[in-house]
Design a protein around this ligand. Structure first.
Ligand code: ZN
Length: 110
């Protein structure tokens, strides 16, 4: 069972109390983008096995959206943070690097 701590209300909630919102840190495509860029924004997802950044909503709690860093293979949670954060906080990146020394972040490429 996946358990995430909501960064707004501080409650540790089980997966059934949350709603997944897909991949986090997607770069929006504006009106100057090409059709291929817009298609990629709408449909292309990493579906990573390993470290992944996701959006979650605390549906049966405060109702707010937040972001989580976790491993999709082991369900290890590296941390959660507020949805307005443009990049993962340094403490979460450090926790990931400690657990996965060969992890190569690619959030700056999308
Ligand atoms: Zn909450």
């Amino acid at each position: 069972m996946l358990t995430l701590t909501c960064p707004y209300c501080g409650i540790s909630a089980e997966e059934t109390e949350l709603h997944p919102g897909g991949e986090a840190h997607l770069t929006r495509v504006g009106p100057q983008g090409t059709d291929e860029e817009f298609e990629g924004y709408l449909f292309a997802r990493k579906n990573a096995k390993g470290v992944h950044f996701e959006r979650w909503r605390h549906v049966y709690g405060c109702g707010k959206w937040f972001l989580a860093a976790r491993c999709t293979a082991t369900l290890q949670v590296f941390g959660t943070y507020k949805a307005q954060t443009p990049h993962p906080p340094a403490d979460i990146v450090a926790a990931i690097r400690q657990a996965r020394p060969d992890w190569n972040p690619d959030w700056t490429t999308r």
